[in-house]
Write a protein that binds this ligand. Structure first.
Ligand SMILES: Nc1ncnc2c1ncn2[C@@H]1O[C@H](COP(=O)(O)OP(=O)(O)OP(=O)(O)O)[C@@H](O)[C@H]1O
Length: 256
């Protein structure tokens, strides 16, 4: 079966300095992969390369066996720190409908677009908020609305860059619960610093720090981690000790 995402010997530089160096990576269909790594390690760059927003300096990327720009309609994307001008009177439904731009014909949204947007809102539990101004939502509700926007095109692959940024722990838990449900029908790749959810919902961990290594989450026993570090552990640091043998909990997991 062709994988959802495949990178073969991919390198990328913005300037002379390589941000990603000879990355080979396969994300199978149905995976729930979490991308972790230090600030500036190349996580967002990796997502943008997968989306086809940047072209690799060398190497090949494919989504469902095709070039990224030919697979756009199969991908839902939730960018990091989505900026919505709070002074602009846009409704929750308007924001979600933007996820149909790739599918809509002409300048008007069709009935099918409207139905897809309402369906996406019901999936994220915000049906009753459709007509509310987006600016009136709480942080967690805004993130859910933006997930609905990514879901609106009925994607087979959901790419998300820090979907739980700036939300409280309860909202964060419910977002990961929602993602876990969505994973029953789509592949998910999420950049996040919240290791607390790894053992519950994530199937593989992709460590990005110029080089990329993938580990099954079976190496990361959440109960054990919590016993050792308590409930405050929220971040994986990969400064230097990531190895092909997998994570050594004592070496690689530290308090934020
Ligand atoms: N448009 C750009 N032009 C030049 N350099 C860039 C650009 N975007 C990112 N970089 C650099 O590329 C490196 C990787 O950035 P990237 O945003 O991919 O990291 P990240 O792992 O997502 O970081 P964070 O956890 O802080 O979001 C950083 O050194 C960053 O300064």
């Amino acid at each position: 079966m062709e994988p959802a995402i495949a990178l073969e010997n991919v390198s990328f530089s913005y300037t002379r300095h390589k941000v990603l160096d000879d990355v080979t990576l396969t994300v199978p269909k149905g995976d729930f992969a979490m991308v972790v790594g230090p600030n500036g390690g190349g996580k967002t760059t990796l997502i943008k390369l997968i989306l086809g927003l940047f072209t690799p300096t060398s190497g090949q990327i494919s989504l469902f066996g095709k070039k990224p720009d030919s697979a756009w309609s199969r991908v839902g994307y939730m960018p990091q720190y989505t900026h919505v001008d709070m002074a602009f009177p846009v409704s929750v439904l308007d924001v979600v409908l933007m996820g149909r731009l790739e599918h809509s014909r002409g300048w008007r949204y069709t009935k099918a677009d409207q139905e897809a947007a309402h369906h996406a809102l019901s999936e994220v539990g915000l049906s009753d908020k459709a007509k509310r101004p987006f600016s009136s939502l709480s942080g967690g509700q805004r993130q859910r609305a933006l997930i609905a926007r990514a879901l609106c095109g009925n994607p087979e692959l959901l790419l998300m860059d820090e979907p739980t940024a700036n939300v409280d722990p309860a909202a964060e838990a419910s977002i990961f619960e929602l993602l876990s449900e969505l994973n029953s029908r789509m592949t998910i790749l999420v950049v996040s610093h919240d290791l607390g959810f790894v053992s519950k919902v994530v199937k593989s961990v992709i460590c990005v720090n110029r080089k990329v290594l993938v580990h099954p989450t079976s190496n990361l026993n959440g109960t054990l981690i919590n016993e050792i570090y308590g409930g405050d552990l929220r971040m994986v640091r990969h400064d230097h000790r990531c190895s092909h043998e997998g994570h050594c909990i004592n070496d690689n997991l530290r308090l934020r």
